[in-house]
Structures are given as structure tokens and as C-alpha cells.
Design a binder for this molecule. Structure first.
Ligand SMILES: Cc1cc2nc3c(=O)[nH]c(=O)nc-3n(C[C@H](O)[C@H](O)[C@H](O)COP(=O)(O)OP(=O)(O)OC[C@H]3O[C@@H](n4cnc5c(N)ncnc54)[C@H](O)[C@@H]3O)c2cc1C
Length: 399
């Protein structure tokens, strides 16, 4: 059964044109939707736009870690994961070749992106934000006081202005027409993401357990979703995908070599890809345009923290944006966001980066799995640090 949490536009392109906006948020994934919700709850006129129709599926391992659940709770959305029927995490099963290790992992939940993202957009709408789907947004060259944002629907195009733009367009989103403003530094060793969802989940895949397989060509994660579909998400070497003649072939090969249950329908599933995963913007803010979530930068997903970084970023950027609107100073907000982002996200992503680099050497996952199969408790300090709450001062709690 496929989940269906439809969220509709609350405004039309013509109506958008006639309104004035404090903040335009581009991208209604987790970073954008939470930012819109927090800013609207503080009384700002917020327009949230996305080119997709929701619910929308995206390549993701669907594991919302403990830090992410904590950000939602501290944003006043403590019931959201329960309302989404998210499955509490209970274990992690890692394999490398035929060896595997299982241990306790009871921080966070598994929830489909269709359900989670739609619920968060609905929360933004409930807080007073206007939402517009099926619209591609493009920001005109940056000006110090006001941005012009072109919104292109299937038949109409309008321009709106706002002093603050939140750029939450994800890894592959493009919001500027000139290439210089879009420039990102991409790691030369980066892998690409790929994923699919299968309607049938093998019975061996237990609810609440993450099944992770490491291989010389990348890694593949499997989880059972709340509606009993199987989510498959992988980070793979581009050359290995080419050699295997496609992601489905490579994922099947990796699962067959491991102790993980493979399923025949992997090859017939519809596979989607992502751009290079490890990349970042040199500057995460330009005047009043703040880049949040994957749009600011991302590191390979082995530790499953991307959604936590997106939510923490969305929350913190909203607090700064609201302050800037209230004070009328939309210039210093850029420097404040660069500093917040460095302290809150970049520092935290270093462990993830180090682990991703270590996984390039097959001996490291092989040895780690061998050691963890005998001493599973050794994994606990890592699991705890990945799931630790973000520092309080950077997260705006509801008044
Ligand atoms: C293989 C893989 C597995 C992962 N597994 C996990 C995991 O288990 N746990 C975890 O925490 N994280 C995981 N992640 C990371 C996680 O998916 C991302 O970090 C997270 O989705 C980032 O959210 P976001 O809001 O920044 O961007 P997104 O969720 O990508 O949202 C961006 C939105 O912007 C819209 N958009 C783009 N351009 C425009 C435009 N010009 N105009 C209008 N709309 C636009 C898009 O339609 C999209 O809806 C994984 C990632 C990959 C690739």
C-alpha cells in the first residue's frame, strides 16, 4: 500500500503576485518546510514554493535520527513523527561480504519521505505560511535589500519580491540563472546516491532495523517503511555503476554477496539517482539569501544525518530571518548564518566525512564488522554522538 498525504497549494500564482512577502522559501523538503513553519509561526508573511507535487518520493534512507526527532520536538512538533506512524528504531545490522554484526540502535525512527515531508508542509500551512507547488523558482542577481524571485508554473510566470530568500532547493536544485552564483565545490572522490522503493518487503527485513551493507563499490541501506514497503538507498561509485550496467544490477550484486535478503523485484524497480553527494557551497549566504539543508552542502549519507542537519538548519535560519525582518537589517544576517552554519552543521559533519573516507578502503569495513560482531557495545559511543541533540543556543524553541 502506498501512502498518500496530499498537500495542495494554498494560493495561486496570480494571487502570489498581488501580495507582499517577508520571506520566500524555495524548496519544501525538510529544511524549507520547517524554516517556513517556524518563521510563519512568528508572524512573518512566508511563501513556500516547490517544483514538485506532494507527497513526493525522493532518494533517502528514511531514518530520522535522534537529533532530528529532537529538533522537531523542540520546534513544537513533537507529535509529528507519531502522526506519521513512524516506526521507532531498535537495531542496526551491518554486513561486509558474508560477515555481519547486529547491535542495539534505539535512537530515531523510520518514516517515508512522502509522509514526513507532506506532514511538515502541512505544519507550515497550519502556522500561516502560503504554499505553492509545481512552481520552479529562480532568483534574480543578488541585491542588498530586495530579491526578485521568478516563479514559473506550467502556463504562467510571475515575479515576487522579498528581503529574505531561504534557498532550500536540495542537492540538485538550481535557483540562480548565472553559473557563478551556483558554484559548488564537489569532492573528487564523491559517490552518487541512488534508490528505489519496492511495494513488497521481504519478511526477513524486520521493522525498526536498519540493514546496511558495505562493499568496495559503495554501500546499500534497506529499511521497512511504515506502510510495509521496502526502501532501498545507496551511495555508489559512478564507475562501478557503469561497469555493472546500472544501479539496479550493482545493488543486486552487493546484496547477493552479503548476508542481506535480496529480492527479485530490485531489477524491475524504478531507480532514481542524485548528483555527486559530497559537495558544498563556499558561501552559504549572500546578503539576505540563506542556503539551508543539502543546498548548503552535504556529506555522504552513511551515518544518516542529512535530515537532522536539514531540520536544525531550517529551524536556526528561521530564527535569524525573523530577527532580520523585525530589525530591518537584512545585511548582517548573512554573516550570522555563515557562522551558525559553520558551528552547527560543518563541525558535526566531520565525523561523517571521516567515516565515508574510511569506507573507501575495503579493509576498514571488513575489520570493523569483524570486531563489532564480537564486541557490539563498541558501536554505542558512535551511535550516541551521531544522535546527540544539537546545541540549545542554535535551536529556536517555540515562545
Ligand atoms: C542515498 C541517500 C540516503 C540517505 N539516507 C538518509 C537517512 O537515512 N537519514 C537522513 O537523515 N538523511 C539521509 N539522506 C539525506 C537526506 O535525504 C537529505 O539530507 C535531506 O533530504 C535534505 O533535505 P533538504 O530539505 O535540504 O532537501 P530536499 O529534501 O532535497 O528538498 C529540496 C526540495 O527543493 C525543491 N526544488 C529544487 N529546486 C527548486 C526550484 N528551483 N524551485 C522550486 N523548488 C525546487 C525540490 O523539488 C525538493 O522538494 C540520504 C541521502 C541519500 C542520497
Amino acid at each position: 500500500m502506498t501512502v498518500c498525504n496530499e498537500v495542495r497549494s494554498t494560493i495561486t500564482l496570480d494571487q502570489v503576485d498581488a501580495e507582499s512577502w517577508d520571506i520566500v522559501v524555495i524548496g519544501a523538503g525538510l529544511a524549507g518546510a520547517l524554516c517556513a513553519r517556524q518563521a510563519a509561526a512568528q508572524g512573518c508573511r512566508v511563501l513556500l514554493v516547490d517544483r514538485a507535487v506532494f507527497p513526493r518520493w525522493k532518494v533517502c534512507g528514511c531514518c530520522l535520527n535522534g537529533a532530528a526527532v529532537d529538533v522537531l520536538a523542540r520546534s513544537g512538533l513533537g507529535d509529528l513523527v507519531t502522526d506519521c506512524q513512524a516506526i521507532p528504531l531498535s537495531g542496526l545490522h551491518i554486513s561486509s561480504g558474508r560477515r555481519s554484526a547486529s547491535f542495539k540502535h534505539n535512537h530515531g525512527v523510520v518514516v517515508s519521505r512522502e509522509r514526513l515531508d507532506s506532514a511538515l508542509i502541512q505544519a507550515a500551512i497550519d502556522a500561516g505560511a502560503e504554499f505553492l507547488d509545481r512552481v520552479n523558482a529562480q532568483v534574480q542577481p543578488i541585491d542588498q535589500r530586495q530579491f526578485i524571485i521568478e516563479l514559473k508554473g506550467s502556463a504562467t510566470q510571475v515575479s515576487v519580491t522579498a528581503p529574505i530568500v531561504i534557498a532550500a532547493a536540495g542537492l540538485g536544485g538550481r535557483i540562480f540563472s548565472d553559473h557563478r552564483s551556483e558554484h559548488r565545490e564537489v569532492s573528487t572522490s564523491s559517490r552518487v546516491g541512488t534508490g528505489a522503493v519496492l511495494e513488497e518487503c521481504p519478511p526477513e527485513i524486520e521493522p525498526g532495523v536498519i540493514y546496511m551493507n558495505c562493499h568496495a563499490s559503495g554501500y546499500v541501506g534497506l529499511v521497512r517503511l511504515e506502510d510495509d514497503r521496502l526502501d532501498i538507498a545507496a551511495a555508489l561509485d559512478v564507475q562501478a555503476i557503469k561497469r555493472a550496467r546500472g544501479p539496479a544490477e550493482l545493488v543486486s550484486e552487493i546484496l547477493q554477496q552479503s548476508a542481506l535478503p535480496a529480492t527479485a523485484s530490485i531489477r524491475s524497480a524504478s531507480w532514481h539517482g542524485t548528483p555527486m553527494l559530497t559537495q558544498r557551497r563556499a558561501r552559504v549566504a549572500e546578503n539576505g539569501c540563506l542556503f539551508v539543508g543539502d543546498a548548503a552542502g552535504y556529506v555522504e549519507p552513511f551515518t544518516g544525518e542529512g535530515m537532522a542537519w536539514a531540520l536544525a538548519g531550517g529551524n536556526a535560519a528561521a530564527a535569524l530571518a525573523v530577527q532580520a525582518i523585525e530589525s530591518g537589517d537584512t545585511v548582517t544576517v548573512a554573516e550570522q548564518w555563515r557562522q551558525h552554519h559553520r558551528e552547527m552543521i560543518v563541525r558535526r559533519s566531520r565525523t561523517c566525512k571521516a567515516i565515508s573516507l574510511g569506507l573507501r578502503y575495503p579493509i576498514i569495513p571488513q575489520l570493523s564488522v569483524r570486531v563489532l560482531s564480537v564486541f557490539p557495545w563498541l558501536a554505542q559511543p558512535f551511535i550516541r554522538s551521531m544522535n546527540a541533540p544539537f546545541e540549545l543556543k542554535t535551536i529556536a524553541e517555540p515562545a
